[in-house]
Ligand binder design. Structure first.
Ligand SMILES: [Zn+2]
Ligand SMILES: [Zn+2]
Length: 141
């Protein structure tokens, strides 16, 4: 029988990349609040009916962007959205207060580790979008 030796690491690590691979990133922290959002900002930004997000502390973020492809757009009074200027991948929402940032779950290498537990702005979603086994999150007005 093969003995399994567990790799010891001090904190979890979640890596991801954009479509073209020019931007790679890692979060070395516990993930928080996996959910998906149907607000009109998320729809216009991504071109998709919903964006699945998971949060990490900004302090855990490590970026590899040797060709300086990451661009940011000020999408709200309190946050920016970041994307790859070459391939267009929708990557991050970054809070201006420096504490948290959200990453699009499907740009992570292992998206199945983050199962959305709730939906926000459900009423904004197209009527044909299938919401299954999901609770509606309370969002600020
Ligand atoms: Zn790219
Ligand atoms: Zn949204």
């Amino acid at each position: 029988m093969k003995k399994i030796t567990a790799k010891r690491s001090s904190s979890p690590s979640y890596s991801g990349r954009c479509l073209c691979g020019g931007i790679e990133f890692t979060f070395a922290a516990e993930a928080d609040w996996p959910h998906y959002c149907c607000c009109d900002d998320c729809q216009k930004w991504s071109g998709a009916p919903a964006v699945a997000w998971v949060d990490f502390p900004q302090s855990s973020f490590q970026l590899s962007d040797p060709q300086d492809l990451l661009r940011k757009f000020k999408s709200s009074p309190i946050a920016q959205r970041a994307f790859c200027s070459r391939c267009g991948s929708s990557l991050f929402a970054i809070d201006d207060d420096g504490k948290n940032m959200s990453v699009t779950i499907t740009t992570l290498d292992r998206p199945n580790l983050h199962h959305p537990e709730s939906v926000s702005y459900k009423s904004f979603s197209p009527k044909w979008f299938p919401h299954k086994n999901i609770v509606e999150a309370k969002v600020p007005e």
